[in-house]
Design a protein around this ligand. Structure first.
Ligand code: ADP
Ligand code: ADP
Length: 220
């Protein structure tokens, strides 16, 4: 069993790296953004409450997001080899909830990987991001294009830009990250599980550095 978090600002490459890490280490990838988007799209009661926050680039309130993703986290941790959690926790209160949720079942986070990328690069990555609405696989118009323009390599579905990937909302998400999510790094640094990486290189270069670290840690 190996559970890990991938952290970093919006556009740092969390989803991209988490998908590749999950495949290499046979872990389950769980992205809180995908869970929230599914609830919003399904027009559930929780989804209807979360919609306006998401559209404005604000965080969904802690209790609401924890109630949405908590059961998915538990299931993902219990089944199989472990989980790569992406996008949760995003506040110190969520980090505390996660610790409690795991400890209740005798589980823990073995690694927290933080991807560091400068702000200007993040905006370019996000305005050019394309996502598969069916399987959530992530592409970039130039840096990581699909094999056939506009179509997902995995399932052929038409790729789309996320509505919150426009420059105004992106700037708000970066501000929110700085105010509310950056303090989560100190929470994990104090617990000696945080490892920071330069996320500004090419996708494969970042992956090789992160996976080398994780494989050493797992083998240790
Ligand atoms: P996050 O989950 O952190 O918001 P994503 O993994 O969705 O980030 O990546 C954001 C965008 O940047 C996507 O279009 C992705 O293809 C692209 N991307 C991810 N990593 C890199 C990288 N190392 N170099 C260039 N572009 C990248
Ligand atoms: P990105 O990594 O590109 O910033 P995500 O897909 O992780 O975006 O999240 C998109 C949106 O979903 C966030 O801006 C926020 O509104 C909501 N969200 C996702 N995860 C959380 C969370 N842990 N806490 C609060 N809101 C969240």
């Amino acid at each position: 069993m190996f559970n890990m978090l991938i952290m970093g600002p919006p556009g740092a490459g969390k989803g991209t790296q988490a998908q590749a890490i999950a495949k290499r280490l046979s872990l389950k990838h769980l992205a809180s953004g995908d869970v929230v988007r599914a609830e919003v799209g399904g027009k559930t009661v929780a989804g209807q409450k979360a919609k306006a926050y998401m559209e404005a680039g604000k965080l969904v309130p802690d209790d609401l997001v924890t109630s949405m993703v908590g059961s998915h986290i538990k299931t993902a941790c219990e089944s199989g080899n472990g989980v790569v959690l992406d996008g949760y926790p995003r506040t110190v209160a969520q980090a505390r909830s996660l610790t409690e949720l795991l400890e209740r079942d005798g589980l823990k986070m073995h690694a927290v990987v933080n991807l560091k990328v400068p702000g200007e690069a993040l905006v370019d990555r996000l305005v050019n991001r394309l996502t598969c609405p069916k399987c959530n696989w992530v592409y970039h118009k130039r840096n990581n294009p699909p094999k056939v323009e506009g179509k997902c390599d995995k399932d052929g579905a038409a790729l789309a830009s996320r509505p919150d990937d426009n420059e105004t909302v992106i700037r708000e998400r970066l501000r929110v990250y700085h105010d509310q999510t950056e303090p989560v790094l100190a929470y994990y640094r104090e617990r000696s599980v945080l490892q920071e990486f330069d996320g500004s290189g090419a996708i494969d270069e970042v992956f090789e550095c992160v996976v080398r670290y994780l494989e050493n840690l797992k083998g240790a």
